[in-house]
Design a protein around this ligand. Structure first.
Ligand SMILES: Cc1cc2nc3c(=O)[nH]c(=O)nc-3n(C[C@H](O)[C@H](O)[C@H](O)COP(=O)(O)OP(=O)(O)OC[C@H]3O[C@@H](n4cnc5c(N)ncnc54)[C@H](O)[C@@H]3O)c2cc1C
Length: 566
């Protein structure tokens, strides 16, 4: 008999958003089960994040959440869900001060918080924890808070494989416990998806192995809608060469804002001005434009030797470099990198997902009992996310989803024993399958190649169609793949469940990208260059049987006078 758990609020995923949701739900008195397929509070993107957290706290210069909202909407290329973005920007300062009270230790200059000017923001708006410590510090702070609540149960190594639906609502989940190899079911009055993004589906990415888009597939199979899945953000200056060991590939970004690193093509010329945005030494180019500019330079034969662009700090005095980079400069030296004497090579890598689960203003999905939070929520950043908005989103949406889920949980505990049976049987039937052909691990590498080649930042009809055919072949092969026989920590089995989700989610991205016959933000169609006013719509995805159904949805907007003020 499989283990059977019950909880008021089930939170799937324990990164920044999941932990914040757990704290907010627990604060209302609800019993919370916070689980993660890896280690609670120590996996996913949040702990890897480097620096910027955008919030109009106005510590460096006068600011207002309405300015932050205006910048967010402008960056989102007319697709931002404005009510969600308003919640993001308006509530951000409250969360920043709450984290400060909890001891995060935001960097300070004298008696005020230090704020950096990140691309796309109209002023210094991004707080951080020195040196490259924002993610670890915020994760530690949230872990410490979570531990204070007796009504939060934490479980690591638990992969949620499916949500359980009954009586037209989500009533819990089934999961595979990696450590014991056992399947179990969890009845929940409310369930929050906090599983983060999907950039692990690309072979050049900034992600941890856990970021394969599970939550989107879990939601889809339970009847939830997704929004704007075609918008995958590529981070323009991921590290490319020389080899960098033990350091984050996107670490260059914060130093660029601080110091004004120069981005140069293979001819050692600045080039972003040829794509509409001169740098003027301020590094103000948004991510989609910078990604586009680097790809185009490489395509025109003006790339750096390894196929990217040069990033140079050689014009900065050594003392200034040391002051800005702090201990990082010694870690670079161990990698043979001396920034006073050499430029490094950078190139775009998959970094963040703007699309996701479609929610209302309380972060409820269209299926009762299901909520989404953090990077798993789609819409608030439209077609392109501003630097620093993602950690803010994890905090703000985390707190909101936790409160909303707790408010929904004041009803009878569902009994899911019958409804969970076929899903548990499916886990048991999948385990220990001898199978034949490609292993799930090899198939994930294949899928990453398909996505990188044909569903990356630059897309064509032919390439997207090819990707959909290749993904269908993987879907056909899936039921026959071997799943390993290790009784505990069976990585092949874990990868099989990851791949099952990736294939479905990859199809939603390619399908939406094929339908959107224009170029906008992070979605660039080589065969449809330029923005088409008729495409100022969201794309909504749902599953009908095994088929992906796509429709257009109106972008939710605010009246202009609600947020623009001078
Ligand atoms: C290297 C890097 C640097 C970044 N730097 C910045 C930055 O400076 N500023 C900024 O604003 N943003 C940054 N981002 C983006 C930002 O960190 C993320 O968008 C944000 O942290 C997402 O938080 P989250 O809680 O939604 O997801 P995550 O922190 O990714 O947590 C999701 C959790 O869900 C778990 N999970 C997934 N599937 C399942 C399942 N089936 N069952 C159980 N558990 C599951 C995962 O193991 C993971 O722990 C960065 C991202 C990366 C990768």
């Amino acid at each position: 008999m499989a283990q059977y758990l019950q909880t008021d609020v089930l939170i799937v995923g324990a990164g920044g958003a999941g932990m914040y949701a757990a704290i907010a739900a627990a604060e209302t008195g609800a019993n919370v089960l916070l689980l993660d397929k890896s280690i609670v509070g120590r996996s996913g993107a949040t702990i890897m994040a480097q620096m910027t957290v955008a919030a109009a706290v106005g510590e460096e210069e006068p600011d207002d959440w309405r300015f932050h909202l205006r910048d967010t909407i402008a960056a989102g290329r007319d697709l931002v869900d404005e009510p969600l973005a308003r919640i993001l920007c308006q509530t951000a300062p409250e969360r920043i001060w709450e984290m400060e009270e909890w001891g995060v230790g935001w960097a300070r200059s004298g008696n005020h918080l230090t704020q950096a000017h990140a691309p796309g923001h109209d002023r210094k708006r991004c707080v951080y924890v020195d040196f490259l410590n924002t993610g670890p510090a915020t994760s530690r702070t949230l872990r410490n808070q979570v531990r204070k609540y007796d009504n939060i149960r934490r479980v690591s190594d638990l992969i949620v494989t499916d949500l359980v639906t009954q009586d037209d609502r989500v009533a819990g989940a089934v999961a595979l416990h990696l450590e014991s190899g056992q399947a179990l079911s969890i009845a929940a009055k409310a369930t929050v998806i906090a599983t983060g993004g999907l950039t692990g589906m690309y072979n050049r990415n900034s992600a941890s192995a856990n970021m394969g888009g599970d939550g989107f597939a879990l939601g889809l199979r339970a009847g939830a809608e997704l929004i704007d899945m075609e918008f995958v953000q590529f981070f323009p200056i991921g590290h490319l060469a020389p080899r960098l060991i033990g350091m984050d590939p996107i670490m260059w970004d914060p130093f660029r804002y601080k110091l004004g690193g120069r981005l140069l093509n293979g001819n050692l010329e600045e080039f972003t001005q040829n794509y509409g945005t001169p740098e003027d030494g301020k590094y103000v180019v948004t991510r989609d434009t910078a990604t586009y500019a680097i790809f185009k330079e490489v395509e025109a034969g003006r790339g750096s030797p390894h196929g990217g662009a040069w990033l140079s700090f050689e014009h900065i005095a050594e003392a200034d470099l040391r002051a800005a980079f702090g201990p990082v400069i010694d870690r670079l030296a161990k990698n043979g990198i001396d920034l006073t004497k050499m430029a490094i090579e950078v190139a775009p890598i998959a970094h963040y997902h703007m699309g996701g689960l479609r929610t209302d203003d309380s972060l409820a999905c269209n299926v009762p009992g299901l909520f989404a939070t953090g990077e798993a929520v789609g819409g608030a950043n439209g077609a392109n996310r501003l630097s620093g908005n993602a950690i803010t989103e994890a905090f703000v949406f985390g707190e909101l989803a936790g409160r909303s889920a707790a408010a929904f949980s004041g009803q009878a505990m569902p009994d899911i024993r019958e409804a969970a049976k076929p899903l548990l049987a499916m886990i048991e039937a999948t385990a220990n399958r001898p199978g034949d052909g490609m292993t799930p691990t090899a198939a994930i590498a294949k899928l990453q190649g398909i996505m990188q080649r044909n569903v990356g930042p630059f897309r064509t009809r032919a390439g997207l169609q090819r990707a959909l055919e290749d993904l269908s072949e993987l879907a056909v092969a899936l039921p026959h793949m071997p799943t390993g026989s290790a009784p505990t920590f069976n990585q092949q089995l874990a990868d099989w469940f990851g791949l099952r989700n990736m294939v479905l989610v990859a199809k939603t991205i390619a399908t939406a990208a094929l339908a959107r016959t224009e170029s906008r933000g992070a979605h660039q169609r080589e065969d449809y260059p330029g923005l088409d006013e008729d495409w100022a719509n969201n794309q909504i995805i749902r599953l009908e049987g095994d088929e992906i159904e796509l429709s257009r949805g109106e972008v939710r907007r605010l009246a202009k006078e609600e947020f623009v003020h001078e």
